[in-house]
Design a protein around this ligand. Sequence first.
Ligand SMILES: [Zn+2]
Length: 320
Amino acid sequence: MKKINSLLIIGILITTILFGGWILSEGYQELSSNSVVAEEHPKQSVVKDFEEEKPEETDSEEDTEIKYPKYDSPSDEPSKEINYEDSKQEQENKQSNSDKKVFLTFDDGPTHLTPMVLDILKEYEVNATFFTIGKLMEKYPEYVGRAYDEGNMVLPHSYSHDFAIYSTLDTFYEDFYKAEDTYKEVLGFEAPPIFRFPGGSSNHSSFNFGGKQFMPKLTEDIKEKGYYYIDWNVDSGDTGPDYNNAEKLLENVLQGVVNTDYAIVLFHDLVKNEKILEILPEIIGTLQEQGYVFETFRDISQDELDKMVELKLANKPIVR
Ligand SMILES: [Zn+2]
């Protein structure tokens, strides 16, 4: 009996071990497949969530944050290697027979917006003229150096841009010659005798300083000295209430050039004017489609300057 009992027990044990082993192995497979699924799902959803959120984060960053190029290193010397002969050759190559001309002008810089304007001009292969403030040229010489190196023109606007310069002829010329001296120090050559008055030649800001007859007197005096002062006939409106409205700025420019074959467009490369970066490509494209050729005061010939005087875009007589 003991032998039979022992055999039974052994048989039961073997059966139990085999059956148990089968259950365990199936159970393990199920468990492991469950655990794979269970592990994969959370991973997938994390990746998915991340991928969905990522572009939104990038967009919102781009909307709110202006990425300034890193030109601020004090070791970045402004380029003094300006080859005037080469640029003259380029000017001759650029000569065009088109009668429709547009001069994009940017006043009151350089600022941190200037390199971003330069990037767009470079991308769309056009040039512009920058009427600069002397004290800002001292602060950001690399920006004006780059502007010139890339084929744009840089011209004086003022040293201080303080309207108190319009108090007397002496206060005006003190600031004006300082702007010319700074220009030479920064760019390495004399400023040509072409500039823009702060506020333009017929500004009213001078009324509070030298009075109503100050600009008529100053403009006559500076013409006799052989200078050309340049105004504009198309105002982007970027110093007015439209400065932050890209659509309105675009409309101001495109409406402004209608029926104008000789357009001098006024912009300001002030930091707050980032909206002009949005509209510049469309302005360039639209005006090119309309047959305008982009010129600068670097390309300008005496004939063109004479035509500007005739159109009262340069040396406009101020009568009050
Ligand atoms: Zn200005």
